[in-house]
Ligand binder design. Structure first.
Ligand code: TMP
Length: 211
């Protein structure tokens, strides 16, 4: 049986540059001869993209905290079953823009549901796909939100108060302290190309096998 392809997730607060860095890493891994699948959460499959619209559009209080958690998990389950797990089974490198740590932080640590409940409810989907490595792009929330405002952002979560975004940053750093081997912290204020080099080196060192 084939060894499952590596599963790398990108995490961080708003405007931390995850999507750009994911694209740059995908290009380098493809140039090295790897089969690379890039995707995002919430989303990545038609069903999960439909749920994404329910989650990111509309009023801030559109959902209760618990209803919102179930929607994220429904989207994740579809995405893992139909895209992430099959791609890994084919041996592809899967790069995902946000995954379960976003739920642990946004809904669990910063959103008030707590880590224990979130971890319990997402255990079944994590049993199907668990990240091997997580790239955490750390940035002061004011800087990230200003970047997003310039880019015309404004989803339901971006509009939360500054204190929420501070808890998001702290939450991610707390998770990284608990799992330093899996979650690697990068300074998102570094120039784009320097950061891309650091991330590529980390990934290559971790999965230093031939394509
Ligand atoms: P993004 O595509 O800009 O990263 O937006 C996704 C938004 O959804 C972002 O504000 C973070 C939020 N989010 C959660 O609150 N929980 C989750 O589990 C995920 C994947 C995203």
């Amino acid at each position: 049986m084939r060894i499952p392809g590596p599963f790398v997730t990108f995490e961080g607060g708003e405007g931390s540059g995850k999507s750009t860095q994911l694209r740059l890493l995908a290009a380098r891994l493809s140039a090295d001869g790897h089969t690379v699948v890039t995707t995002r959460e919430p989303g990545g499959t038609p069903g999960a993209e439909a749920v994404r619209r329910l989650l990111l559009e509309g009023d801030g209080d559109r959902w209760s905290a618990l209803a919102e958690l179930y929607l994220f998990l429904a989207a994740r389950t579809d995405h893992v079953e139909r895209l992430v797990a099959p791609a890994r089974a084919r041996g592809a490198f899967v790069l995902c823009d946000r995954f379960h740590d976003s739920t642990r932080v946004y809904q669990g640590l910063a959103g008030g549901l707590g880590l224990a409940l979130v971890d319990r409810l997402q255990a079944p989907v994590l049993a199907r796909a668990r990240p091997d490595l997580t790239v955490l792009l750390d940035l002061a929330p004011e800087v990230g939100l200003a970047r997003r405002a310039r880019a015309g952002g404004g989803g339901r979560f971006e509009r939360r108060d500054p204190d929420f975004h501070r808890r998001v940053r702290e939450g991610f750093l707390e998770l990284a302290r608990r799992e330093p081997e899996r979650i690697r912290v990068f300074d998102a204020t570094l120039p784009e190309a320097v950061l891309a080099d650091e991330i590529y080196r980390t990934v290559r060192d971790r999965f230093g096998r031939e394509p």
